[in-house]
Design a protein. Structure first.
Length: 134
């Protein structure tokens, strides 16, 4: 029997089957950003451009992170489709806007920020470990 493997990056193309909604919650409004920042929990915020090849690579890293750490919620902002929301995230977190960008939040406060090729599943996991978070 031949087992067909999912090619890298195919996970994000399967939005129709609901995979993305389980993996990353899309933030589409300022209110949703405010709700996230009011949460005491650890969370990952991923700012993604569907037009950028570097962002595509970062998306794959986020998929790998999610597969390893499904206990950590991931929130995603599409910086092209939801530019005002992306700008609001930068304003509220005090981070300089970049894309792709990951902002690690603890208690609604940014505790680590990485962009471009600094976004790896391993690096995010290391930062969480360094915080002493489970």
């Amino acid at each position: 029997m031949v087992r067909r493997l999912t090619p890298p990056g195919a996970l994000h193309r399967r939005a129709g089957c609901g995979f993305i909604s389980r993996m990353m919650q899309l933030l589409k409004s300022r209110r949703e950003v405010d709700d996230l920042l009011a949460s005491p929990a650890l969370a990952v915020l991923f700012k993604h451009s569907p037009r950028c090849p570097v962002s595509f690579d970062a998306h794959r890293e986020m998929e790998q992170f999610w597969l390893a750490r499904q206990d950590v919620p991931i929130y995603k902002v599409d910086v092209v489709q939801d530019r005002p929301v992306s700008q609001y995230v930068a304003e509220r977190t005090g981070t300089v806007h970049q894309s792709p960008q990951v902002i690690l939040l603890l208690g609604g406060e940014p505790v680590w920020c990485g962009s471009h090729y600094a976004i790896t599943a391993h690096e995010i996991e290391r930062e969480i470990h360094d915080l002493g978070a489970p």
